[in-house]
Design a protein around this ligand. Sequence first.
Ligand SMILES: Cc1cc2nc3c(=O)[nH]c(=O)nc-3n(C[C@H](O)[C@H](O)[C@H](O)COP(=O)(O)OP(=O)(O)OC[C@H]3O[C@@H](n4cnc5c(N)ncnc54)[C@H](O)[C@@H]3O)c2cc1C
Length: 457
Amino acid sequence: MSLSRRDALKVIGLSPVAATMLLSAKPTDIQASEDVSGKVLIVGGGSGAIMALSRVHRAIKNPNITIIAPNEIHLYQPGQVFVAAGEMTFDDLILHNSAYIPDDVEWIKDEVASFNPKNNSVTTRAGKEVKYDYMIVATGVINRFDKIEGLNEEDIGTNGISCVYLSDMEKGTARGAVEMKKWFDELKEKAKTKKQKVVYTQPDSPIKCGGAPQKMLYLSADYLKEAGLSADYQFYTGLKTLFHLPEVATALEKVQKQYDTITSNYSHFLQSLDVKGKKATFIHAYEKETYDEDFGETIKESISDEVVVEYDFLHVVPPMSPPLALMDSDLINGMGWLDVDKYTLQHNKYTNVFGIGDVCGIPMGKTGGSARHHGPILTDNLIAVMKGKDPKEKFDGYTVCPLKTEYGKILMAEFNYEGPKPTIPFMDIDEPRWMWWAFDLYMLKPMYKYLMLPGYF
Ligand SMILES: Cc1cc2nc3c(=O)[nH]c(=O)nc-3n(C[C@H](O)[C@H](O)[C@H](O)COP(=O)(O)OP(=O)(O)OC[C@H]3O[C@@H](n4cnc5c(N)ncnc54)[C@H](O)[C@@H]3O)c2cc1C
């Protein structure tokens, strides 16, 4: 695959950063040296599936791999934020899967309709049964708009509602991001005559790129600020803080103050929407402490209040889950995610099954950055199992959240199961910097396309 002149210039221009990132990567020890046999089935056609395919294919001498993925193209999803903010176009997001799927790999362009792990097989939507010896599940997550009463996917882009997450891999659209740019402009126009009430939501359950709701909040506030305008921004989150790492949460509280019109409301769960009436109903769950004088003790009471909020504009983030076909199988754990070990990525019940990417039921890391780190661990462990050995390699929980705090600045929060884990050791993770903005906007996509997807990095 050749590097375009535009991409090459970006890489050269930022080469010191790139060099640091590349040097910090775990060198891949994959040299098609593994003389193992067995059919490997990969389910999915996004970041994780392609990264896994590239690495496993290169590791095995005579690979026998089938991939089931309905989508000819997949989207560079981190760019959806930049499309919404007007910094990238939809075309910038498109990646052709055929560029990464070698000719000797069987590609079934369909979706898995049912998983039958007891039988080592899956059945496609077209009714074809596909057997495997080993399976890598890389289906990602789906948006569950159905979990919010009164909201349909078709409502996104109407009545002041947007959602940067809305995309359709099979059709190759990123409707949410494209609509959101219009939403930014409409908000700006209306803010010229009347202060608008803008509500942002976030569920308390795991979502991919958990920082995206706040990225959109700050970029939208900055978009108005640049034009000398403001709005009444209300962030309703199901979580108890802005970020699970205290230093990052504190930095984000500071960021919110720079806009002076943002209020955060914690432990609020979006229940339903009145789309036409522009009203959102949340459940606010909290504990109330009262002192009982008769018993001389403090009593804690769990309270759930219904809170109805009117808005002019709404950025809604739905709960997310694995695709329903997977939810219906016994590959899922009690929390509704692929039941894999958080270190080895091997399925806890079916030892010939592994997971990569967002679908994995592990404590953190529904990001492309995590999927990149899953790749080499998964490959080594799969090959160990193919050799009849125990998986030894351990994923450390690495994930990355490039929080856009304003146009031109990103706070690069990198962490693992233990805590903060900056790639550049001397770099703090709670300081918004222009360098990270330039890196994210200009370098990451070429790195993703030319290094990460082919499994070199
Ligand atoms: C708005 C936004 C911003 C983001 N920002 C960042 C960021 O800044 N940094 C970062 O690291 N990450 C970011 N991410 C997250 C990142 O894009 C995902 O974590 C990554 O794409 C996960 O890869 P995946 O392979 O698990 O899932 P996906 O890339 O979503 O791929 C899933 C694939 O599975 C296929 N599939 C689904 N069901 C089936 C089935 N039944 N049968 C067969 N195939 C199926 C789909 O068609 C798709 O091809 C962002 C995501 C979004 C949406």
